[in-house]
Ligand binder design. Structure first.
Ligand code: ITT
Length: 193
């Protein structure tokens, strides 16, 4: 089954392909000839995921889905949330984002945080949303070299290691994205297309 995954993030693509398994062949926007940045200016993760999927649907007419993810930190009132990619700068500067997060939490005892992923799918039946959440905390310093983005700072509940210290399989088994993708896969396998 071929489906377009509306992302320019190679790490996400790897995680999602692994979680979906061999039944699905994921095609990227680039492989469909779409090279421009896909707009994501909505105030919510769900809104951005839908906007990305709608953009690809209108350009290709193909079944497609998009993922928008945010890190929601309790002591920061849910920030960076939907602004996670552009927290410190206008670009996707992971190092600056992690530095700013540690700075803002420097005097905070409450380190509770969660990752939340919204996946929007557009298929023959219309639009569908799937959500995945993992609770955890922000470490005092970075640990590990795997994963991407904020992974070196995020310790999921019940663990001592950050996501960046886990294998891709371990992260997918408990992560926000892994959870949302399993709901997506269930829907797709249910033949509701
Ligand atoms: P798209 O092309 O799919 O939009 P993106 O990198 O812009 O890719 P998001 O807007 O969803 O993706 O990501 C928001 C931010 O959260 C960005 O800084 C990512 O590095 C970070 N992020 C997303 N998923 C993550 C994960 O599983 N672990 C750690 N950081 C993550």
């Amino acid at each position: 089954m071929k489906i377009v995954f509306a992302t320019n993030n190679a790490h996400k693509l790897r995680e999602v392909s692994q979680a979906l398994g061999d039944t699905f062949t994921l095609v990227t926007p680039r492989e469909c000839g779409i090279t421009e940045d896909i707009p994501e200016n909505e105030p919510t993760l769900e809104g951005n995921a839908l906007a990305k999927a709608r953009y690809i649907r209108s350009r290709t007419g193909l079944d497609c889905f998009a993922d928008d993810t945010g890190l929601e930190v309790e002591a920061l009132g849910g920030e960076p949330g939907v602004h996670s990619a552009r927290y410190a700068t206008d670009g996707h500067d992971d190092e600056a984002n992690k530095r700013l997060l540690l700075e803002r939490l420097a005097d905070k005892e409450n380190r509770r945080a969660r990752f939340r992923t919204a996946i929007a799918l557009i298929d023959g039946d219309g639009e569908h949303l799937f959500e995945g959440i993992v609770e955890g905390r922000i470490a005092r310093e970075e640990h590990g070299a795997d994963g991407f983005g904020y992974d070196p700072l995020f310790v999921p509940e019940g663990e001592e290691r950050t996501f960046a210290q886990m294998s891709a399989e371990e992260k997918n088994a408990i992560s926000h994205r892994g959870r949302a993708v399993r709901l997506l896969a269930e829907h797709l396998r249910g033949g509701k297309r």
